[in-house]
Design a protein around this ligand. Structure first.
Ligand SMILES: [Mg+2]
Length: 660
């Protein structure tokens, strides 16, 4: 420090010198007069006044100087405290200049952006650290802060990093002011809430998605559907809802276990997502029920294309846990605003259309019609009453004959279960069999059918009708029951029916696998002496492999092929080849669903040994079938001779005789 001494006022006793530093008075220096010579004496009072003034000034200046020292000390303390604070606070603290450049940051902030030393952050801007969008949002916030000094408190910010990573912080920003109240920058503190946000997002995802497939659930679907309806309204287009479930999914669960069923649903979800547009939503409603929401469509053909695509996608076999699973679906379609205006109505009507698709034979799609709601209500009534039908013995058997293609004689009958509803009358199996499976009543009813059919066959014999082949449909669930072979033995023993007169029609390959277990059960049944036939042949994916491995007596050609004979050359070719295959393997064939003379002529020409269908007889109640068996010729299973009863001449006419 440089001191400058000015000449002061000389007295007899002392000379007072004023000391200045940097132009400011620091204090006074009093010098004994003896040390100074030649100064002009002044009056005592003036000297006293000067001394007093100089003293006061000196004390004041010393006070100021001491205060300055204290302030510097406080300043250093403040700085140390700030350094410690920024070094150790776990949150992101930053100070920025008015151009949003960092001037100080906490160490945790430096680390948060991937730098070890906070000094490396100085002079950087958000644009050099975060994504462009985030940086421009931060700059906009800070500009507003600089303008208004209005604090931004607890603002949730998603930070997107250049590598695509996303983090969340809870930020508070305030304007920094100097002692004069002038805004000189901004400061902020941001608490990293990424873990909390991720947990929240996870919970939200769980609340809106199906845990098995990861697809949206009903709640999210309804939300998206509401958006789609609004969007379609704005664009003057339509939205569509497709609801579908898998045909006979329960039998897959029953046959292969729920873990296989679950994996099938997962694989389905992946496939379906791939075949839809990003704007479409596919949701799982529960079980095997799915809904696709299409936000905008121009024509119904567009929806038909999507429905066909879904059916085709699902038709490709699924390889799961060593099993090759073939599935199909029934799709109900409802259009906004043609059919309904709200998500609830659209879903309700799509559901009704789906029921109709099932009624039409499954593996197809069906557009909603107002008439379906009545049918759906009927279906729901049936479902609710089905569980009591077993207890009330409301099931009955009807019988449909097999006819020899050459002679027109009856060769046997197939027993078919019907539900005699007290109010609604006779209900066909298509309306209640799937529900019987859902309710796990299929085995109970199947066991009853087996016993009843055996009993009826014996009753016919006792009434004088020669022994006749009795075919009984067996579901996969029943077939795979541990005691199934015992059930069959017990039905035979209980009624006295000869085993060779009983033929078990086994479900198609969608529910029957070609495992060792299947072959073992079949071989045990063959050892008892019963006959085995494969129902709906040609619809399953692996029917040919079945033929090689299974000890079958007969195959029944699916009605879908027979129906198209004469109109579709491919169907005719398939039937022809199935018959040739059966001949080569020594397995008899029955053509199901024969309804026209043209079909029967074709089948006779192709040497199909037996036929069944409405051309000859519909399924009949026991009494009507008894009457028919008494009136028409038939061939006994136990011998080649014609019935001894002189009924051939009394055979009236078609429908039972082969029309010529
Ligand atoms: Mg059948």
């Amino acid at each position: 420090m440089k001191f400058k001494f000015n000449a002061g006022i000389a007295t007899r006793t002392a000379v007072v010198l004023f000391a200045f530093t940097c132009g400011a008075l620091l204090g006074v220096l009093v010098v004994p007069v003896g040390y100074l010579r030649g100064f002009r004496p002044v009056s005592i009072s003036a000297v006293s006044l000067c001394i007093s003034a100089a003293g006061l000034i000196a004390v004041a200046r010393i006070g100021v100087w001491l205060i300055g020292l204290a302030e510097n000390k406080q300043h250093r303390l403040d700085r140390d405290l700030l350094d410690t604070f920024l070094e150790h606070i776990p949150d992101n603290v930053f100070f920025k200049d008015p151009k949003s450049r960092f001037v100080r940051v906490s160490r945790s902030f430096a680390r948060y952006i991937g730098l070890e030393d906070p000094a490396q952050v100085i002079h950087k801007t958000d644009a050099e650290v975060f994504s462009r969008e985030h940086a421009s949002q931060a700059r906009a916030d800070e500009e507003q802060l600089l303008r208004t000094a209005e604090p931004i408190v607890d603002q949730e910010e998603k930070e997107t990093w250049p590598d695509g990573r996303e983090t969340w912080v809870l930020t508070t920003k305030v304007a920094m002011k100097d002692r004069g109240g002038r805004i000189i920058g901004t400061m902020g503190i941001a608490h990293n809430i990424t873990d909390r946000k991720q947990a929240e997002l996870k919970v939200r995802h769980m609340a809106l998605h199906d845990p098995l497939t990861g697809l949206p659930n009903r709640a999210l679907l309804e939300d998206r559907l509401a958006q789609a309806i609004a969007q379609a309204g704005r664009n003057r287009k339509r939205a569509a809802v497709l609801m579908f479930d898998l045909d006979r999914f329960k039998s897959i669960n029953d046959s292969f276990g729920h873990h296989i069923g679950d994996r099938l649903l997962e694989s389905m979800a992946v496939r379906l997502k791939e075949c839809l547009r990003k704007s479409d939503t596919i949701a799982r409603m529960g079980g095997d029920e799915f809904v696709i929401a299409i936000p905008t469509i121009s024509t119904t053909e567009e929806v038909e294309l999507i429905a066909t695509k879904v059916l085709t996608t699902l038709a490709e076999p699924f390889e799961i846990g060593g099993h090759r699973l073939q599935v199909s679906a029934s799709i109900g379609i409802c259009l906004h605003s043609q059919d309904g205006e709200t998500p609830e109505l659209l879903l309700q009507y799509a559901d009704a259309a789906m029921y109709e698709a099932k009624r039409r034979g499954r593996n197809c799609y069906c557009f909603f019609s107002p008439a379906f709601t009545e049918a759906t209500q009927r279906q729901q009534k049936l479902e609710s009453e089905l569980v009591h039908a077993c207890a009330r013995n409301e099931f009955v058997l009807h019988y449909q004959p097999f006819v020899d293609s050459k002679s027109g004689c009856v060769t046997g009958v197939e027993s078919l279960v019907r539900w005699e509803h007290p109010e609604l009358g006779l209900i066909p199996p298509s309306e209640f069999m799937p529900e019987l499976e859902e309710l796990d009543l299929i085995v109970e009813v199947g066991t009853w059918v087996l016993k009843k059919a055996c009993h009826q066959a014996v009753e016919w014999q006792l009434s004088g009708i020669p022994p006749i082949r009795m075919a009984v449909n067996i579901s996969a669930k029943q077939f795979y029951q541990e005691d199934f072979v015992d059930q069959v033995s017990s039905a035979l023993a209980g009624t006295g029916l000869k085993p060779e007169l009983l033929e078990l029609e086994l479900a198609d390959s969608k529910t029957l696998d070609d495992s060792e277990l299947t072959v073992t059960i079949m071989e045990r049944l063959k050892r008892i002496g019963v006959k085995l036939s494969l129902d709906d042949f040609g619809t399953g994916w692996s029917s040919l492999s079945y033929l090689k491995r299974f000890p079958l007596d007969r195959i029944k050609i699916d009605p879908s092929f027979v129906r198209d004979i004469g109109t579709d050359a491919a169907a005719g070719a398939v039937v022809k080849n199935i018959l040739a295959l059966g001949r080569d393997l020594g397995i008899d064939c029955v053509a199901e669903g024969v309804e026209t003379i043209k079909q029967s002529h074709f089948l006779t020409r192709q040497a199909c040994s037996e036929m069944q269908g409405f051309l000859f007889s519909p399924p009949l109640p026991a009494a009507a079938m008894t009457k028919l068996l008494c009136e028409v010729p038939f061939e006994s299973e136990t011998g080649t001779e014609r019935s001894s009863r002189p009924i051939a001449s009394s055979v009236p006419t078609p429908p039972l005789q082969i029309p010529s």
